[in-house]
Design a protein around this ligand. Structure first.
Ligand SMILES: Nc1ncnc2c1ncn2[C@@H]1O[C@H](COP(=O)(O)OP(=O)(O)O)[C@@H](O)[C@H]1O
Ligand SMILES: [Mg+2]
Length: 229
């Protein structure tokens, strides 16, 4: 069951983000207040340009708000140093992107091991973790393949395994099924939702697919940088 009582994992208060692109000033987020809870999968929907990716990046400590407050897992990201944000991302967040962002010269296994190695886990431990996760996403027989030798759905499952290798409390996904057919996309989502529910993780998915949004516990609609009521 979706939990309404899970601990607050992400709290945004009056978040604004203004891009100053030369003469053009873009107000991507115009006062967003939002709370997300552990154990819940939330979809963020809205037209192109409504601020979805900007919101996801701010929740994921990849970008800072121009004004307002962002507290994730009790850490105030608004005032944290760059070094703190880097460590915070590594320790607590998993990212999944539409275009996978896998390293082409590495095998599936090496791609999944990479965050664990960067976090200074030993090679054996990282390999064990990565192997287990690749099996969990149904790729036990693809561990030595490079991204170019995998289908789109397989690549996205590698990217999911990589996002999960350090067991993050929060998974942020920007159009994770945007390049997948519906059946494959459904499998990818089931995996993410199982994780949210079984392990009290917070899943935040940007999508413009209403079917994907329908499968989430909750939908937040953005319009012109504001939460639509
Ligand atoms: N780095 C940037 N510089 C200038 N404007 C940007 C930048 N990133 C996004 N924008 C603008 O901010 C608005 C919101 O963008 P975005 O968050 O990517 O929307 P969405 O993901 O909903 O399509 C858009 O008008 C976009 O053009
Ligand atoms: Mg976007």
């Amino acid at each position: 069951m979706p939990s309404e009582t899970g601990a607050t994992s992400i709290a945004l208060t009056e978040v604004r983000r203004v891009y100053d692109a030369g003469a053009r000033r873009v107000e991507a987020l115009r006062g967003v207040t939002l709370t997300l809870r552990a154990g819940t999968a939330t979809a963020i929907v809205g037209p192109s340009g409504s601020g979805k990716s900007t919101l996801l990046h701010i929740c994921g400590a990849l970008d800072r708000p121009t004004a307002g407050e962002v507290v994730v897992l009790g850490t105030n990201l608004t005032t944290a140093s760059d070094a703190t944000l880097t460590r915070f991302r590594r320790d607590h967040l998993g990212f999944i992107f539409q275009f996978f962002h896998l390293l082409p010269t590495l095998s599936a296994l090496e791609n999944v091991m990479l965050p664990a190695r960067l976090a200074r886990r030993g090679a054996r431990a990282a390999e064990t973790l990565a192997t287990t996760l690749l099996a969990r996403v149904g790729l036990a027989d693809r561990v030595q393949h490079r991204p170019a030798q995998l289908s789109g759905g397989e690549r996205q499952r590698v990217a999911i395994a990589r996002a999960l290798v350090l067991d993050p409390a929060i998974i942020l996904a920007d159009e994770p099924t945007g390049n997948l057919d519906r059946a494959t996309g459904g499998q990818v989502l089931s995996l993410l939702f199982a994780l949210a529910h079984e392990r009290q993780r917070t899943v935040f998915i940007v999508t413009h697919d209403p079917e994907v949004a329908r499968l989430c516990d909750r939908t937040v609609t953005l319009r012109d940088g504001q939460v639509a009521l």
